[in-house]
Design a protein around this ligand. Structure first.
Ligand SMILES: [Zn+2]
Length: 249
């Protein structure tokens, strides 16, 4: 009898290990494979299993933000000398609330990340490790680091880091808008919203008027009028998030 138990136990452990490595392999495959589309979101829904499987790409934490009753909180970290209009933050929270249907707030954690004219990813990791603490006090936290520019890709205006964070490159946005200084704030807003769209698992779109277009302006010509900058998710994006919410309960 003991032998049967031991054998069963060994089979279960072996299956577990094989399953784990199989999952890891499939997770590294195409975003569109069956595992990544159907199974990974279920595993990632739980922060515990997400850390066991080390699923920390953009989209893996979307259930944190889209579960009903989520209290989404943006934590902002500014490099010295970077100024962000409070009104922009209000608009950001209102738009995320409209998109997700969930309560959204923000707080400025620091405005004193030491200034550097550009940053490499190691430095971003250091900054992130220094300040980030994961979800706390019942909030679903998102982390926004507003830094100068990327050392290797100075034109990059924003990118996600892992499943719950983003970097916005303020100097790159300033360089992009040139003389149209009044559009810096709307472009910062649209970049934050775009990157948060990725954190919710959204991919790039080609539909004009949407926030998930790959570039701030597809023709690379910045808008002159702040009101012309896209700072709202388009109808199909709102719909897409609704569908994710419904399908993942
Ligand atoms: Zn993008």
């Amino acid at each position: 009898m003991k032998k049967v138990l031991l054998t069963s136990l060994m089979i279960i452990v072996t299956l577990g290990i094989v399953g784990y490595f199989l999952a890891q392999t499939m997770a590294r495959g195409s975003q569109d494979n069956f595992f990544n589309r159907n199974i990974r979101p279920k595993i990632s829904a739980s922060p515990f299993w997400r850390s066991v499987f080390v699923f920390k790409d953009y989209g893996d934490a979307r259930r944190d933000y889209l579960k009903s009753g989520a209290k989404i909180r943006f934590n902002l970290y500014y490099m010295e000398g970077i100024d962000v209009e409070p009104e922009m933050l209000e608009q950001m929270a209102a738009e995320i609330n409209r998109l997700t249907g969930e309560d959204t707030s923000y707080r400025i954690v620091t405005t004193h990340i030491p200034y550097a004219s550009n940053v490499v990813s190691d430095e971003i990791d250091q900054i992130k490790n220094k300040y980030e603490f994961g979800n706390s006090d019942g909030y679903s936290d998102a982390y926004v680091f507003i830094l100068s520019e990327d050392a290797f890709n100075p034109e990059l205006i924003g990118s996600t880091i892992e499943q719950n964070s983003m970097v916005i490159y303020n100097n790159a946005i300033k360089a992009f808008v040139g003389q149209n200084k009044q559009t810096v704030s709307p472009y910062v807003l649209s970049t934050i919203l775009h990157e948060f769209g990725h954190l919710l698992g959204m991919e790039h779109t080609t539909e004009s008027g949407c926030l998930m277009l790959e570039h701030a302006e597809e023709d690379h010509v910045p808008k002159r009028d702040p009101d012309d900058v896209i700072t709202k998710f388009c109808e199909s994006e709102v719909k897409q998030v609704e569908i994710i919410k419904q399908s993942e309960g």
